[in-house]
Design a protein around this ligand. Sequence first.
Ligand code: HEC
Ligand code: HEC
Length: 398
Amino acid sequence: MHSKPWISRTALIIAGAAFLLAGCGGGGGGGGGSDAPVQASSTAATTQAAVAALNVDFGNLPDYTTTLPAHYASAAALDNTPAGAVSKKEVATLGRVLFYDRRLSLNDTKSCASCHQQSTDFADIDRFSMGFAGTDRTTAHSMRLANLRFWQPGSMFWDRRAASLETQSVMPIQHPVEMGFDASNGGMTVLVDKLRSITYYPELFTLAFGDGTVTEERMQLALAQYMRSIVSVNSRWDSAYAQVFNPSLPDKGLSLPAPGLTEQEDRGRHLFMNFPSKGGMSCAACHVPPTFALKGTTQSNGLDEGETKIFKSPSLKNVANSGAFMHDGRFSTLEEVVEHYATGVKDGPALDKNMRGPDGLPRLRPVTPDDKAALVAFLKTLSDPVLAADPRFSDPFR
Ligand code: HEC
Ligand code: HEC
């Protein structure tokens, strides 16, 4: 296995061929006619309590603007940042603090990061996550958070019930199992009051929004901006594909052999990227590179007979770091996942047409042990160690 030279090469590609996402200005004043002016006053605001609580250099906050490498060009059009949203490092930093703060749960035991750990692409290795009370677990597997930026409206959570990342971001706080501020415990009103009384929040809200008022809407903006910055562009597949990426080819070079992958990994890449007519397994028809988020029109993948719900899948970047797969974490290895696509697909109203053969029935396509191993090896090339170690997304608390 290769060690690290590809990391620095990819970093160079990002620096050299980067372009800025439309709609993310570099920090200036209130954008897009929103009602409250969003003006930085970083130097004026005091950060005494924040400095005491947090391991953050407020004089030199990191940049959270998303710059994409050239081979990510097709993803830019999918960006779900709301029109007029202002990208500010102070807002993203507030989001980072909120994300890691256990005080967002009723009894100060769980933060977002308790179930979304950076080392596993912000998911949980447990099949079901332990809630704040320490007694009940979630009924769905925690989701990886990379590349949330590239989803269309109405696709947050496994069952797509949240309309946007902003709306989604405070729902875990109000969840009766996850963080406990449900209606019976006073909901967001009580939580917002709680944050107002924690000395560093008025300071952080002032940095981010110009005054220290804590509101649910501002929390949403900050959490969403932090999570939208979690973009994965540094997997081994990324650095391989970047070398053959060619915007003038119909498939942008996706079907070309990927330099630097082993023969087995490249066989897996072929199976993933191509339709059955070319000897592939059409995984990419739904999990679309380079983000490996699902194509907007994707329906379900046939886990259960008679399924009517249309589920999403998180981006497959870093999928190998998970300990459980699918919405209910039913599979514990990637081999089991591949076996599902080979022989396990069940029919139902929500089944996607790409899961059906020419006869309209669920396509069953037994795979050889070699091909199964190749596909799994390819999925492992989607792991992004740069993201897992990025200090901008780490725990800021002292
Ligand atoms: C107790 C564990 C737990 C906590 C705490 C938690 N989450 Fe989650 N998160 C989950 C689970 C489980 C899911 C999948 C739930 C579902 O789809 O019904 C999820 C899903 C999500 C998703 C959807 C991702 C996607 O691709 O659609 C986002 C975003 C998210 N969480 C962010 C957060 C934020 C922000 C916080 C803190 C405010 C948080 N989570 C707190 C367990 C947790
Ligand atoms: C018809 C669209 C479609 C096709 C084709 C498809 N998938 Fe999926 N995939 C999904 C959906 C939808 C889910 C989430 C299902 C759920 O949890 O209910 C998923 C989930 C997954 C997961 C688990 C993700 C996680 O975070 O738990 C993996 C891994 C995966 N697919 C790999 C593949 C591979 C490999 C192929 C090709 C053999 C493939 N998929 C083909 C739609 C598709």
